[in-house]
Design a protein around this ligand. Structure first.
Ligand code: TZP
Ligand code: MG
Length: 240
């Protein structure tokens, strides 16, 4: 899918809002960002960051994080769109790939590079909409079966929880390093490991051949977004 996106061929993608912040030049050319090389993927959390998501995303981008996902489970569509546009602008300033969780509509109206779908939103309709718009498509999986099914459509898979986590209350049982290794051995798509990942266990994850680590609390709940991002990047960079 990523490879099928024909850069420069279409002058305009469907339903792109002209008046959006973000990289206007790219928007006009109908281009979206790409999935970055191996690394750290930051996922936002309003509550854990005490509503400091913009500050957190800016610090993470400044530290060198190359992919950010806006994840919001409670606010209205309008409020989410507004925050997504702000985060899009920050990511564009740093050339960071920007993904929206759950909603193709919010991804499109904020000019995001991609959308991330969980098992609940991984429908044929959403996959088609994402593909039609040329969005990077990420899909969550918590076991090998889900990862195999997702790999047919996904540009990357978010696999987890690998370790136990307090951040997602309805998370499946942790798959552990062996569960992650099985998925990496049999699913030929970039895998971002997620769930309970921090500076201490990030190396173990990267040893499996994962494309990267996706983290929420390790950055969003820290009291220094920049230094927690830097520490994670430093660990992960040893495996790149
Ligand atoms: N999906 C599986 S685990 C998880 C999500 C969204 C939460 C990860 O959060 P943390 O704080 O990095 O453990
Ligand atoms: Mg979802």
């Amino acid at each position: 899918m990523l490879g099928d996106r024909r850069k420069g061929e279409a002058t305009r993608l469907p339903r792109r809002d002209e008046n959006l912040p973000g990289d206007k030049r790219e928007a006009e050319a109908g281009l979206r960002g790409n999935l970055p090389e191996k690394g750290v993927y930051l996922i936002t959390d309003r509550l854990l960051s005490h509503a400091r998501e913009e500050e957190a995303v800016k610090a993470a981008c400044k530290a060198g994080i190359r992919m950010v996902q806006y994840r919001e489970k409670e606010l209205s569509f309008k409020e989410q769109t507004s925050m997504a546009r702000k985060l899009r602008r920050i990511c564009s300033d740093y050339g960071t790939t920007f993904i929206v969780n759950d909603s193709v509509e919010i991804a499109l109206s904020s000019n995001a590079d991609g959308v991330h779908l969980g098992q609940d939103d991984f429908s044929e309709e959403n996959v088609k909409k994402a593909q039609y718009a040329g969005l990077i498509l990420g899909i969550s999986a918590s076991n090998l079966q889900e990862a195999q099914a997702a790999s047919e459509f996904a540009d990357y898979i978010g696999f987890g929880p690998v370790f136990s986590t307090q951040t997602k209350k309805d998370a499946a049982k942790p798959a552990g390093i062996f569960g992650l290794s099985d998925v990496i051995a049999s699913v030929k798509k970039p895998i971002y490991a997620i769930g309970g990942i921090n500076e201490k266990n990030a190396s173990k994850i990267m040893q499996t051949g994962a494309h990267g680590i996706a983290v929420i609390s390790a950055i969003m709940a820290s009291n220094d977004f920049y230094s927690s991002s830097k520490k994670l990047l430093k660990t992960v960079e040893k495996w790149i």
